[in-house]
Design a protein around this ligand. Structure first.
Ligand SMILES: CC(C)(COP(=O)(O)OP(=O)(O)OC[C@H]1O[C@@H](n2cnc3c(N)ncnc32)[C@H](O)[C@@H]1OP(=O)(O)O)[C@@H](O)C(=O)NCCC(=O)NCCS
Length: 169
């Protein structure tokens, strides 16, 4: 399988925040944003693997800023690293100022997807070649995040998490 770049999986979804998607003080529900992120990330993982993909883990989500009713929200997703059958997908969430049109970063998230066959069995995916400095940083850190996620899921023994040990030693 030919390796791919992050650019090839880049997926951008832009949509408004409607009243039914907000809490009593008029800000977007976290769950609504998680769902939009999941959709964008699954398209990115599909573009990378050209396979059926399943969300295996939500590794990290930071809700740094409230997103008010009526905001224009853009979720930008790309595969940040591929392993065997799994892919880490990184998402940046932006909101747009109504008057200036200037974008500001509201949130970010990292999900893991697994490519599967028609029976739901994991299948191999192309490797990812990072190009920019940011892509290289995210690529390098993805191995630590994978080990942390697997340790938390009880699928990797802490003593086998070599990258995490190196981080804390
Ligand atoms: C995701 C799923 C296909 C993984 O299947 P599995 O039998 O656990 O397979 P494996 O243990 O061989 O793991 C497959 C890959 O997933 C990765 N993985 C599994 N759990 C993970 C976790 N919690 N965090 C990060 N990666 C994980 C493994 O590291 C492995 O990656 P690799 O092939 O790149 O090395 C399976 O657990 C599943 O179908 N889950 C339900 C998914 C779903 O329904 N999602 C929508 C939620 S409503």
């Amino acid at each position: 399988m030919e390796p791919k770049t992050s650019k090839e999986s880049r997926t951008v979804i832009t949509d408004l925040v409607l009243p039914s998607e907000t809490n009593p003080i008029g800000n977007m529900f976290g769950g609504e944003l998680l769902a939009r992120m999941d959709r964008a990330a699954s398209i990115a993982a599909r573009r990378h693997s050209r396979r059926i993909v399943m969300t295996a883990a939500v590794n990290h989500v930071a809700f740094n800023k409230m997103i008010p009713l009526g905001s224009v929200v853009t979720v930008e997703a790309h595969v940040s690293r591929a392993f065997n059958s799994s892919m880490e997908v990184f998402m940046d969430v932006w909101i747009e100022d109504r008057e200036s049109g200037r974008r500001s970063k509201a949130n970010e998230g990292i999900y893991t997807f697994v490519a599967v066959d028609e029976m739901g069995n994991p299948v191999p995916v192309p490797q990812l070649i990072p190009e920019t400095e940011l892509e290289k940083e995210r690529y390098a850190a993805a191995l630590r995040r994978r080990q942390l996620s697997l340790v938390l899921a009880g699928k990797l023994k802490p003593k086998e998490a070599t990258e995490l040990k190196a981080l804390f030693s």
